[in-house]
Design a protein around this ligand. Structure first.
Ligand code: SF4
Length: 398
């Protein structure tokens, strides 16, 4: 029986797609092995930046070097380009992403022997469910719409039956992921169905754009405590002029309105975000506006990305590209702001009790995550994938 291995680079959506493929091959009776032992290695590539492209290329060469007799199958956002590499036996582009299982089994004459999967083959405790793909926004710095195409949603029936399968595999948390989860045809309806038809103790949203948050959607959170009190709201800049050049469809006031709506409805909610520093034309004044906006919004955590040019995007053709030394400085400043805000956020939870989903053991400590995105270190007898109430202490939360 042929064995297959997976290696994924890039975003949560790529990881969700790997998870789904693992399940498909596992249910079809194929053994999921480590790359050095596999007959076929599927590499899910990322092409979001030039650096990501390089890493994907290096991974292909390294895995072929590790196991020369294996067939190398390249999928994902870099497949079309990287498929030309001599190490690659088969390349499947994003337009055929939903047919990867069929294409590989046909290409290598694999005969599936379907059986009900009893337990998860994944190393994860949280199940990633891809609900949507593609994007119609064309933000000036982003290549994703060119790589993943137009927005398309998976149907409620398909998603609910997939979720029920994942719950049977023992997962305790379901993470709804996509390029733009807020652009799912019926996100509210989907969440409602998942709450009614599954008994997942936790359901979490991955990154969502502020313009897709509605009062009706947020109402679901005040109705059901299983929905995680965490919103990763993509801001990108706190300066209206910069947002305009980025082609983001909101300004600071719109963003604040959404944050206030969420905080009014959901108690002790975590709001985290992504910010790009050094976007073309970003002056020192504009950057200061971004810092002030971020301090005022009191995020629980900020992921800071120095702008990196991506060929094929509008921003790559913009003049006034910012010097990388300045980008580095601004990233440092904003990461310091983020650490301070994180400290303040965590401080509010010292002495409180929160349910923690334990995910891994490092040394003598178990590590897990609360619903509102607090990492907890815990010493004690715990089993992986358990949800336990823990009284939070200053020295044990991150
Ligand atoms: S919303 Fe903007 S940043 Fe996000 S995937 Fe679409 S184009 Fe890219």
């Amino acid at each position: 029986m042929k064995t297959i291995a997976f290696y994924t680079l890039g975003c949560r959506l790529n990881q969700a797609e790997e998870e789904k493929l693992r399940r498909q091959f596992n249910e079809a009776g194929f053994f999921v092995a480590r790359p050095e032992l596999a007959d076929i290695i599927v590499i899910n590539t990322c092409s979001i930046t030039g650096v990501a492209d390089k890493k994907s290329r290096q991974a292909i060469r390294r895995l072929k070097g590790l196991n020369d007799r294996a067939k190398i199958v390249v999928i994902g956002c870099g497949a079309n380009e990287l498929g030309q590499l001599p190490e690659v036996d088969l390349a499947i582009g994003n337009k055929d992403k939903d047919k990867v299982f069929t294409i590989i089994t046909q290409e290598y004459s694999l005969v599936p022997k379907f059986s009900q999967q009893k337990s998860s083959t994944s190393k994860r405790t949280r199940a990633l469910l891809k609900i949507q793909d593609g994007c119609n926004n064309f933000c000036a710095y982003c290549i994703v719409p060119y790589l993943r195409g137009r927005e398309k949603s998976l149907s409620l029936n398909e998603l609910v039956s997939e979720a029920i399968k994942l719950r049977k595999l023992g997962y305790n948390e379901l993470v709804l992921s996509g390029v733009n989860v807020g652009r799912h045809d019926d996100l509210e309806g989907l969440i409602n169905e998942l709450l009614v038809k599954t008994d997942f103790p936790r359901i979490r949203l991955s990154s969502i754009n502020p313009q897709d948050i509605t009062p009706k959607l947020i109402k679901l959170w005040s109705r059901d405590k299983r929905l995680c009190r965490h919103f990763h709201l993509s801001l990108q800049s706190g300066c209206d002029e910069t947002l305009k050049r980025m082609g983001r469809p909101y300004n600071g006031a719109d963003f604040t309105k959404v944050v206030n709506l969420i905080r009014k409805e959901i108690n002790e909610v975590a709001i985290t975000t992504d910010v790009i520093v050094g976007f073309p034309g970003e002056t020192a004044e504009e950057f200061t506006k971004t810092c002030d906006f971020i301090k005022k919004t009191k995020f629980a955590k900020i992921h800071v990305f120095p702008y990196s040019v991506r060929e094929g995007t509008k921003a790559s053709k913009m003049t006034q590209q910012i010097d990388s030394r300045i980008k580095k400085e601004r990233a440092k400043i904003l990461r310091d702001v983020s650490s301070k805000l994180r400290e303040n956020y965590l401080h509010d939870f010292v002495g409180k009790t929160e349910n923690v989903l334990f995910e891994e053991k490092k040394g003598s400590y178990w590590w897990g995550l609360t619903s509102n995105y607090i990492k907890v270190r815990y010493e004690g007898k715990v089993l992986i994938n358990q949800i336990l109430p823990v009284t939070l202490k200053k020295e044990n939360i991150f």
